[in-house]
Design a binder for this molecule. Structure first.
Ligand code: SDX
Length: 432
């Protein structure tokens, strides 16, 4: 526990009173000031819009070092995992806390296959959803409906594990079915003969009149991209999953809220925005300078999508891997995508611009992934759904960690009220 590692004390002097608060140190030498007694002792609250300086929990799942550009899941470096694992091994690692043995991995793969189908009644949801519904909106609704199809969700260990397996397996089928619905094609069912990512690709791209030829390079790329997205400590959508879970809402409801949070263009929705931004640059003759100048203009709300990060003040390690995956996939498919050239030109221009250098704005995970997804055949509106499929094991691991943390309680931040002070009620007849 964090509080077993007190390394210093901070003194807060207010007037003639001094208050002392412990400073703890985590396993990676990050230090945290414990202010849990602040309001009771001083009457003060902290003021930290966007929680830029606020730690909501202690966690043993993911470590980020924003200055060094380090990302580790349960201590393993993201590059090691992306190069050596399949996504389901990383999902197991995040949720169970360790990498699976060969037997555990085989059993997990069998369980995921066993739970990959959707209840047949769910097909009605897809068929009756409005045309053009965004896959993230559909997924958020489908996931929360799982608690109606599987109401036996409970805190018992086997139920917890089953709920997690159900979600990780079914989210693929939901994503594939929402794509098939959008193109008016029949649903393709999951197959017990295919691996996790093979099933995802096959359910999306196969059809009754055209088998989908699984390319090992694309299957590996899909595994790697899902691994890159699998967790990222207390980002916005993970914080939402924890917050909703802290009220006692069930896992499906909490994950559904996380999907909605991820859909925002400043968060997971950025991978779709990047592609639309690159397309716009291409439509205007590939002139990246105009886009960069817009991003720098304080009077223009436009931001360079795929750039900047709350934590990374150096190159996002995931973006480095995503860029390598992207060039590998395009090369394998023999695609010369002008958007990749534009993306690289944009990166080069921004990284040499004082505005971006001063603010330590680098490419983030969303900058290159969309180009790869498009080369694979995914439409732009599926990109954030692929992010959600990757992030799901991280959300689940964080949700369970929150429930197992004795220090956790319902999330309820305070505020500094700045509205009108007490007013006398005026009956409507007297209001001018
Ligand atoms: C994800 O938190 C996570 O871990 C998220 C994520 C995950 O895995 O869960 O990594 C996934 O969400 C990645 C980020 C995807 N979003 C985008 O690519 C959207 C574009 N990026 C920005 O909107 C922004 O960088 C954020 C939202 C990512 C971070 O915003 P912050 O930390 O609140 O930064 P800020 O708004 O305080 O910006 C600091 C300065 C400002 O300028 P000044 O007021 O100091 O003059 O940098 C500027 C900002 O205007 N700035 C940008 C910019 N990002 C920040 N200017 C132009 N283009 C940008 N992209």
């Amino acid at each position: 526990m964090l509080e077993n590692n007190k390394v210093a004390t901070a003194d807060l002097v207010i007037g003639d009173k001094k208050f002392s608060y412990p400073i703890y140190e985590g396993t990676e030498k990050e230090r945290a000031l414990d202010i849990r007694k602040l309001r009771a002792e001083t009457g003060l609250i902290t003021y930290d819009p966007g929680f830029v300086n606020t730690g909501s929990c202690e966690s043993a799942i993911t470590f980020l070092d924003g200055e060094q550009g380090i990302l580790r899941y349960r201590g393993y470096d993201i590059l090691d995992l992306a190069e050596n694992c399949e996504f389901i091994e990383v999902a197991y690692l995040l949720i169970q806390g360790r990498l699976p043995t060969k037997a555990e991995r085989q059993r997990y793969a069998r369980l995921l296959n066993q739970h990959s189908m959707l209840h047949e009644d769910m097909q009605g949801f897809f068929r009756n959803y409005p045309e053009g519904a965004h896959p993230m909106a559909i997924a958020s609704a489908m996931v929360v409906s799982l608690s109606s199809f599987y109401p036996e969700i409970a805190d018992r260990e086997e139920e917890k594990s089953l709920a997690a397996t159900r979600l990780i397996s079914k989210i693929r089928t939901m994503a594939a079915f929402s794509y098939k619905k959008s193109v008016g094609e029949p649903f393709v069912y999951p197959s017990s003969k295919l691996t996790y990512c093979e099933n995802l690709l096959n359910m999306v791209f196969a059809s009754p009149v055209a088998d989908y030829k699984l390319d090992p390079v694309l299957v590996k790329a899909m595994n790697q991209l899902l691994i890159l997205h699998a967790d990222h400590e207390q980002n916005a959508s993970t914080s939402v999953v924890r917050m909703v879970g802290s009220t006692g809402a069930n896992l499906y409801a909490s994950i559904s809220a996380g999907i909605s949070a991820l859909s925002g263009p400043l968060h997971g929705g950025a991978n779709q925005e990047v592609m639309e931004m690159l397309e716009e640059i291409r439509a205007h003759g590939g002139d990246v300078d105009k886009m960069v100048e817009r991003a720098k203009d304080p009077n223009d709300s436009f931001r360079l999508f795929g750039f900047g990060h709350r934590v990374y003040k150096s190159y996002d390690p995931r973006a480095k891997i995503a860029k390598k995956v992207c060039t590998g996939v395009l090369e394998k498919l023999g695609i010369n995508d002008p958007l990749l050239d534009i993306a690289m030109k944009l990166e080069e221009r921004a990284l040499n611009d004082e505005y971006f250098i001063k603010r330590k704005l680098y490419p983030n995970v969303d900058f290159y992934t969309g180009i790869t997804y498009r080369a694979m055949g995914f439409p732009t509106n599926m990109f954030t759904m692929l992010f959600a499929i990757g992030r799901l094991p991280g959300w689940i691991a964080q949700w369970y960690e929150m429930h197992n943390d004795p220090n956790q309680k319902i999330g309820r931040p305070r505020q500094a009220y700045c509205g009108p002070t007490q007013l006398r009620y005026v009956p409507i007849e007297q209001r001018t």
